[in-house]
Design a protein around this ligand. Structure first.
Ligand code: SAM
Length: 274
């Protein structure tokens, strides 16, 4: 397989845009290139042109492609200290001024983080007072999030994270095992709306008190990060919180002055200006 060049990536992003109306132009080049390489190998395509032809002609292939091109790696209670900070500081602060509140979980992948926040809220006794909207660009992964069914192998790691999070119970209380899979308790996501939403073209659709978007913008270039942060800013009430991934930062973005850092370690920010 020949090295993929910038001109190839351009060809691919153009066909995705013209045939499927998704814009990957501002995805970080190196990881996008790696994912394209992976798709070509996985589907045993002979060249970039073969990929372009397939993308042009085959709608079902595009759905699979979209799933492959986006990185879906996730865990429950990943970075346990982050979830502790949410439980012990951020959410109590939101509750000072609100009986009920709302969370936008952007880039929720297969839902492990959605179940994490739901468990956290349940243990705080406030799950029924919180509306959660969980979104992702990839409808295949959203289907898995809605199902809430995970491999037992992954649950081992999730269980370890939960212990470090210092949950009140045992993670096993929140699922049952069936056919080698963990089936999450449905009541956890009763107030969760899972919906398809593309951060690249999406408009603000509501205002939230807390926006979680962890390990998503790491795949975007600076231009797209700026654009998406404007979208989050417009989707947040004044004094709402925004949490991003441990390896991400907001300080370089154009509208950094509209936020303050609440916790630099856990990458939690607060909107202070409209
Ligand atoms: C690495 S996962 C992060 C999952 C979870 N937030 C976490 O930190 O464990 C990145 C997710 O972002 C989603 N994503 C990528 N581009 C997106 C876009 N333009 N709009 C919405 N979601 C996107 C992917 O489909 C994937 O599920």
């Amino acid at each position: 397989m020949q090295e993929i060049e910038i001109a190839d990536l351009r060809k691919i992003t153009e066909i995705i845009q013209s045939s499927h109306d998704y814009d990957f132009t501002n995805y970080a080049m190196s990881s996008f290139k790696r994912r394209i390489q992976r798709v070509i190998e996985l589907y045993k395509l002979s060249s970039v042109d073969a990929l372009v032809k397939r993308l042009e002609a085959d709608q079902n292939f595009f759905k699979e492609f979209l799933s492959e091109i986006t990185v879906n790696v996730t865990e429950m209670f990943r970075d346990p200290t982050f979830w502790r900070e949410l439980r012990d500081d951020i959410i109590p602060n939101i509750l000072l001024n609100n009986d009920t509140f709302s969370i936008w979980h952007a880039g929720c992948s297969s839902g492990e983080e959605v179940f994490s926040i739901a468990i956290l809220l349940k243990e705080m006794g406030i799950l029924d007072r919180v509306k959660i909207v969980a979104t992702d660009i990839d409808h295949v992964i959203l289907y898995r999030a809605r199902q809430g069914m995970y491999s037992m192998k992954n649950m081992e790691l999730n269980g370890k994270n939960y212990i470090q999070f210092q949950g009140k119970s045992s993670l096993t209380d929140y699922y049952r095992e069936e056919g080698g899979k963990a089936i999450m308790n449905k009541d956890l996501v009763e107030n969760v709306e899972f919906r398809e939403h593309n951060l690249v073209i999406g408009d603000p659709f509501s205002k939230f008190d807390l926006v979680l978007c962890r390990n998503v913008m790491i795949y975007f270039n600076q231009t797209l990060q700026n654009q998406v942060l404007k979208l989050f800013h417009a989707s947040m009430h004044k004094y709402a919180y925004l949490a991003i991934g441990a390896k991400e930062s907001l300080i370089w973005c154009e509208i950094a002055n509209k936020f303050i850092v609440v916790n630099n370690e856990e990458k939690i920010y607060k909107k202070i200006k409209d």
